[in-house]
Ligand binder design. Sequence first.
Ligand code: 4AD
Ligand code: MG
Length: 479
Amino acid sequence: MTSMKRTKIKEILQQDKVDYAVNVKGWVRSFRNNQFIALNDGSCIANLQIVIDLDTDEALLKRITTGASVSVDGQVIASQGKGQNVEIKASQLEILGDCDPNEFPLQSKNRPSLEYLREIAHLRFRTNTFGAVFRVRHSLAFAVHKFFNDRGFVYMHTPIITASDAEGAGEMFHVSTLPPGNPPRLEDGSIDYAEDFFGRCTNLTVSGQLEAELAAMAFSEVYTFGPTFRAENSNTPRHLAEFWMIEPEVAFNDIYDNMDLAEDFIRYVIDFVLKNNSEDLDFLAQRLAEEEKQKPMAERGEMGLKEKLEFVIQNKFERITYTEAINILLESPVYKKKKFQYDVKWGIDLQSEHERYLVEKHFKKPVIVTGYPKDIKAFYMRLNDDGKTVAAMDILAPGIGEIVGGSQREERLDNLMARMKEMNIPADEMFWYLDTRRFGTVPHAGFGLGFERMVLFVTGMTNIRDVIPFPRTPKNAEF
Ligand code: 4AD
Ligand code: MG
């Protein structure tokens, strides 16, 4: 057992210092020539080279296998080899946990596919790709809090279990402790939720927005950052059943302030990661470049990962109305050659293929679309003077499609009540929401950013299952 305190590998590699003693602990990534260990402790993407004495005990050498955990005491010295400035000359090596090379699936020689790694998601953190992805994810989360904190927003923890359907889309997971096979029933045969744990029918939340609005009516600016759940049966590379959402809500903001806030926010978190995760991004950029090479020319991205991120920071997003978007689509060669799968006409919900055309082919930059038809949007969005459209805004990002959905809220009680009636939303159950419009209502606006879609964008990964540690998708809740 070592008596020394552990030093993180990142710290050793960052300092340009040699000739001092350290203890390091980590997992063996590779062991070559019975002499060189590449050790990783997750603090950074780079491995630390450990040089072992050639006369080390044979039995011990056998136990230094890929995946084994070790503790090493030694001297930091200038490296003789290429690829690193410093290395450790080991004076003492202890195996903390053996790892059978015949069973451990992550051998250093072969690069496993992302699909295979999803099946062993409990081990995939130990690869370079997932190390980089989850360090970037962490930085993004930290940057989210820093952005809002620096601007005086109050972080609100909105409930996970709720009785309301914020988006009115009905795609909710029920939360119940009633016996599923034999629930108590009312005379008409329906389930008697009065007997249930909360004395009513409850669900996992699809959004923290409605509660965030309540808090914004006191703190002026608040945000939520929590898990949200959607039981939509969308098996796509962009949908999760459990995902994290960031939802700022700001009193006195209109739709234009809302757009400005969203742009500033997205630029800030990207800039933060460029500054703080440079090595991880270099690795991910390289990975993406290799992946792109496998694709046919026409489908390849025009920019490298870092270039793309710099571009987003430096250029204003395009702002268009829904009506303009429809006209662009109708004028497009793709539409004229009948190459869109879904029809285009005023009133449709934009499909992923339409969003991607606008962003990737037409504007070649992020686009904010405003003024959607009221019939395809949620009840709480503010009705525009035309009586047909609402003050909604979706931000569409290259390679992703919708990354943000938001709106100015309907602050006028009469309008809101009329809209709820039209959409069959029970006003009595939502008395608390309507009270905000009764007691000192103000114009206000907010949006929701899908955190995993942001992580996808920044890491250049292409499947949302690869940017959340343990994805929840239809027919899959392993780990
Ligand atoms: O557009 P959405 O449904 O908006 C809301 O929930 C509003 N209450 C937000 C607000 O105004 N406060 O969802 C917001 C974002 C989407 O733009 C998308 O990025 C992400 O959440 N999102 C998903 N991400 C992963 N998997 C899913 N199934 C998602 N559904 C939405
Ligand atoms: Mg949306």
